[in-house]
Design a protein around this ligand. Structure first.
Ligand code: ADP
Ligand code: MG
Length: 343
């Protein structure tokens, strides 16, 4: 099963190594000579088992895409490691990285940007099979037809060009492209964010069906908790590059503990109109407690969320709270000094 590190109650040796193991991963971007580098991903730990889905959530700019890119080898981490199938792939480059590609695929938000408009869908999808597997044209064509029909696209899709499809269809094409090589892991970076709600549901259902059928694992990146809830077994919540909360998805939705996660959960629309109405009324009441006297913005030493936190207290400004298990569930980790306090 998937869970964030560590699971203190279970001896590590007794569990199979996870498909993906990210350990203390840090990625920085330069911010010019006067400012220290931005820690876009900051000492992130996570694990993902074969056939499971791990959601990575957080508002825009929290480091989700950078984390995904570092796992895929598209940006170089400054510290930490990425282990895939027990192999350290943190600093692979060039040919070694390409050799890994069949197993580790990606679906981005904007499939149009990643599909060559001048080539037919069939030519684009067959390319990796010809290149990596050295399949002949006919065999590759058969596989491409098979995968395109599996993702629900009509016959004849392979002969057409990207511009001839709707956004939802193009996202299906991008998923088909990720699947042609039968990967073990697909990093999905906001794969439905650009789609209409009804099409979102179709694509999410498709991803879930394909997982059941093919045993794929997904690292599912989204700023939208409602979407992640649909599809994930486990969730990590990122705030400014750090994991502030992680654990089983149902637990995080029903009992979010970190004030940031609570704010994200409250911002996501509820499917039940009565519940949504009740929450709107509740929200109308003032919920932001002013910080206690003497509490200013957090310095480098404090909790990164302190400057925005309605529950901030002096202890939050002196140390970054460790990610530690909550009392009710050892797999539910929270980085907040008020962990386990009732909401
Ligand atoms: P998310 O996907 O959660 O929106 P990103 O990983 O794209 O977040 O960005 C995390 C942070 O890193 C943001 O502050 C963003 O501005 C910054 N960032 C992202 N890519 C680059 C880059 N190539 N160069 C410099 N800063 C970047
Ligand atoms: Mg992003």
């Amino acid at each position: 099963m998937t869970r964030a590190l560590p699971a203190p109650h279970r001896p590590q040796a007794a569990v199979d190594p996870p498909l993906l193991h990210v350990s203390a991963l840090t990625v920085t971007y330069p911010q010019g000579r006067r400012r220290p580098p931005l820690r876009a991903v900051d000492t992130v730990d996570l694990q993902l088992a074969a056939g499971r889905t791990l959601g990575v959530v957080g508002e825009s700019g929290s480091g989700k895409s950078t984390l995904g890119a570092a796992i895929l080898g598209l940006v170089a981490p400054r510290e930490g490691s990425v282990t895939f199938r027990g192999r350290d792939i943190t600093h692979l480059g060039g040919a070694q990285l390409r050799a890994l590609a069949p197993d580790l695929q990606v679906v981005f938000q904007d499939p149009y940007g990643s599909l060559n408009p001048t080539r037919t869908i069939g030519a684009t999808l067959a390319e990796p099979l010809r290149l990596h597997r050295r399949w002949d044209a006919e065999r590759a064509r058969d596989r491409v037809e098979d995968v395109l029909s599996r993702v629900g696209l009509p016959p004849g899709t392979a002969q057409r060009y990207p511009a001839q499809f709707s956004g939802g269809q193009r996202q299906r094409i991008a998923i088909a492209r990720a699947l042609t090589m039968e990967p073990a892991l697909v990093v999905c970076d906001e794969p439905v964010s650009a789609l209409d709600l009804s099409v979102q549901a179709q694509v999410l259902n498709l991803l879930a069906d394909l997982q059941a059928e093919l045993g794929l694992a997904y690292l599912f990146i989204s700023h939208d908790l409602a979407v992640v809830r649909h599809i994930c077994d486990d969730v990590v919540v990122l705030y400014r590059g750090r994991v502030v909360e992680s654990g089983p998805a149902a637990r995080i939705y029903q009992h979010p503990q970190h004030p940031y996660t609570r704010a994200l959960v409250n911002a996501a629309p509820l499917p039940d109109p009565a519940a949504q109405r009740a929450r709107r009324l509740q929200r109308a009441a003032p919920t932001l407690t002013p910080p206690p006297p003497g509490v200013g913005p957090a310095g480098a030493a404090g909790c990164p969320y302190a400057p925005r936190c309605p529950l901030v207290q002096p202890a939050c400004l002196t140390a970054v709270p460790a990610l530690a298990p909550s009392a009710a569930d050892r797999e539910h980790l929270v980085a907040c000094v008020r962990r386990d306090e009732p909401s």
